[in-house]
Structures are given as structure tokens and as C-alpha cells.
Design a protein around this ligand. Structure first.
Ligand code: SF4
Length: 344
């Protein structure tokens, strides 16, 4: 249990957490929306520091991150709980668990141990993934600092609901921001995730790129009847192009019935291909179909000379034509991050 880094004390032993954009006001003895921060006698504590529910040495492509250290392994860590309650969550067993499961549902992995594990399993970096990283912010912050001291890259796989204060604190130590932009309307975010002010996700993502020079890739899981209309998909594609740049990868991934959306069908392939076309029409250079192994758009092809830069099949990666961040054949900038200013 660690005292929270980002909160304020209010009259009557109440507190206000500033870790994510919920900015929960919490009465004594009570928890925030995520269930992992508790007000104990006027002090806000994070309850899941170093409490790990899931750990694996994953291909970085599984996050998915396609333009960030391709072909490397990253040590992937998740805890319990979440600040969103998405109806289609793939990891609902861990995201819906509350703090009463932290002892029996988790093992302890302190920041230094995660560095040691990364080395042991030949990982080039560490990602906090499987559930939202900001809900164990103190742990990820300490770990990210240590990772950078040890020459490892660092990744948040996030719903993008961190506050500017949280982002600015971890910004110097975080290399990649793999963010979900789940939809593009108030109604969709309210229905799917229960989020009132979703535009904050866009603002914080722009800040991650502009202020902290993070490598950004965007994922949209396309759910039949909920966010598969042209208006939302065009809105997301145009926003990426205008605010993050045409070289930002957009992953349009296939939904599989899960959790509280088991009554919907899997996303038809035609819908994924329509989304791919919408992305290309908006001017995005790299749009990838996800959860469709063997799809022609899995590989990276240079938009300038048409040659194959990185061949992928599922999580198998073969680097064919990269020279740093550029195309080896024609020199076009492809926005690949293989080293950077935060490299330790
Ligand atoms: S991290 Fe948890 S307690 Fe803090 S504002 Fe977000 S949901 Fe609320």
C-alpha cells in the first residue's frame, strides 16, 4: 500500500484523486471508481502497488505496436481493476476484480524484479497492459524510471484517461502511448464505457505526442452496430491525421463477442476492410487490420516506393527493409521508433 502521488486533501477528511480524469472525490473509508485507491482517514492510498495479476514476455506486436521496436519482446504486466467498465472488455476477469482479490489473485513483483525478469526473458522493454496502467500509477512510475535507468523501453497500453498531471509526471520516462480511441460520440462512450467526457482522451493523447515525444499508435476495436458507422470511423481517422499526423499507425481490430456484449456477432471482415479504406481515404499512411491473421494489411509497405518494409503474420515479424525510421529502399520517413531520446 502506497500513499497516492496525485491527490488533494479536502475538508472533513475527504480527498480528491487526480490520477485519472474521473478526479474522484472520496469520503473516508471509501474507494474511487477504479476500486484501487482508498481514502483512509484523510490520506489517499493506492492499494495495488506491485500486485501483478498477469505477466508475460509478449511480442511487441501483440500490444499492438507495429512501428515500435518491431520484432522485440516486451515484459508485459497487468494488475486488477480498471477505471473504465467497458461492456466488451477482453480482460474482464481482471478488470472487474476489486481490491479484496489483490492478495489471492496477484503475485508481488516489485519494480526491480520486473527489470530482472525483463533481462532474464530477453525483453527489450516493459509494458503496462491488460488493464489500465494509471490505476497503479505509483507502481508504473517507479518502474518506468528504473527501466529507463536500465536501458529498457517503456510502454503504456492505455484507455487515455490519465490527467495531464499524471502524464507530465511519467512523461520523461515513457516511450510509447498505445491508446484506444474506442469511438467518436458522447453516446457511444457513455453506453460502452460509462465515460462522460471522452474528448479528454484525445487531448491527453495529443499531449503525449507533442509535449513528451512519445511514439503513439491508435487502436479502434470495431463493434457491430455500436461504432461501425462511417461517421465515427471517419471522425477517428480525420482526428488522427489532423492531430497526430499521417504517419501515425491506426489499428482497426475485429471484435469478438465478450463479457456483456456476447449477443453481438463478430465484426464482419467487410466492415474491417471498410474501416481500412476510410483510414486510407483520410490520408493515413499506415492502417492495419487487427485480429485477422494473414490479412494483406498486416505488413508494412512503403507508401512512397511500394516495397515491403516489415512482413508480419500474426505475431511473426520479419524486417525486410528498414533503415532506422526510414524505408531502406527509397529513404521515405515511416515513423518507426527503434531508438530515441529516452533510450537509456
Ligand atoms: S485513479 Fe481511480 S480513484 Fe483516482 S480518479 Fe481515477 S478512478 Fe478515481
Amino acid at each position: 500500500m502506497h500513499e497516492a502521488l496525485l491527490y488533494e486533501k479536502l475538508p472533513g477528511s475527504r480527498v480528491r484523486c487526480h490520477t485519472c480524469q474521473w478526479r474522484c472525490r472520496i469520503n473516508p473509508g471509501k474507494f474511487g471508481v477504479c476500486g484501487m485507491y482508498q481514502n483512509q482517514d484523510g490520506i489517499l492510498y493506492n492499494l495495488n502497488y506491485a500486485r501483478v495479476s498477469s505477466v508475460a514476455a509478449d511480442p511487441i506486436e501483440k500490444k499492438p505496436l507495429f512501428h515500435f521496436y518491431p520484432g522485440t519482446l516486451c515484459l508485459s504486466l497487468g494488475t486488477l481493476g480498471c477505471n473504465f467498465h467497458c461492456k466488451h472488455c477482453q480482460n474482464w476477469e481482471i478488470s472487474t476484480a476489486d481490491s479484496s482479490s489483490l492478495i489471492r489473485g496477484c503475485r508481488e513483483i516489485q519494480p526491480q524484479t520486473s527489470i530482472d525478469l525483463a533481462r532474464q526473458y530477453k525483453c527489450r522493454g516493459i509494458s503496462w497492459t491488460y488493464n489500465e496502467p494509471t490505476i497503479w500509477f505509483e507502481h508504473t512510475y517507479d518502474s518506468a524510471r528504473l527501466a529507463k535507468e536500465n536501458g529498457l523501453y517503456t510502454v503504456y497500453v492505455t484507455n487515455g484517461y490519465a490527467t495531464p498531471e499524471t502524464l507530465d509526471m511519467i512523461g520523461p520516462y515513457l516511450d510509447a502511448w498505445r491508446v484506444d480511441v474506442k469511438g467518436f460520440t458522447d453516446e457511444f462512450y457513455k453506453t460502452l464505457s460509462g465515460i462522460p467526457r471522452w474528448q479528454g482522451i484525445l487531448e491527453i493523447t495529443q499531449r503525449a505526442k507533442e509535449k513528451w515525444n512519445m511514439h503513439v499508435e491508435v487502436v479502434t476495436n470495431i463493434i457491430p452496430t455500436m461504432n461501425d458507422d462511417d461517421e465515427q470511423l471517419t471522425g477517428i481517422a480525420n482526428w488522427i491525421k489532423d492531430k497526430l499526423g499521417e504517419l501515425t499507425p491506426w489499428h482497426v481490430t475485429r471484435f469478438h463477442p465478450q463479457h456483456r456484449l456476447r449477443d453481438l456477432p463478430p465484426t464482419p471482415l467487410e466492415t474491417i476492410e471498410r474501416a481500412w479504406e476510410i483510414g486510407k481515404k483520410a490520408g493515413l499512411k499506415f492502417v492495419y487490420a487487427g485480429n485477422v491473421p494473414g490479412h494483406s494489411s498486416e505488413s508494412t509497405v512503403c507508401y512512397n516506393c511500394g516495397k515491403l518494409n516489415v512482413e508480419r503474420y500474426g505475431y511473426q515479424t520479419d524486417i525486410r527493409g528498414l533503415d532506422g525510421s526510414r524505408c531502406k529502399f527509397c529513404g521515405a520517413e515511416l515513423n518507426f521508433r527503434v531508438s530515441g531520446p529516452k533510450e537509456g
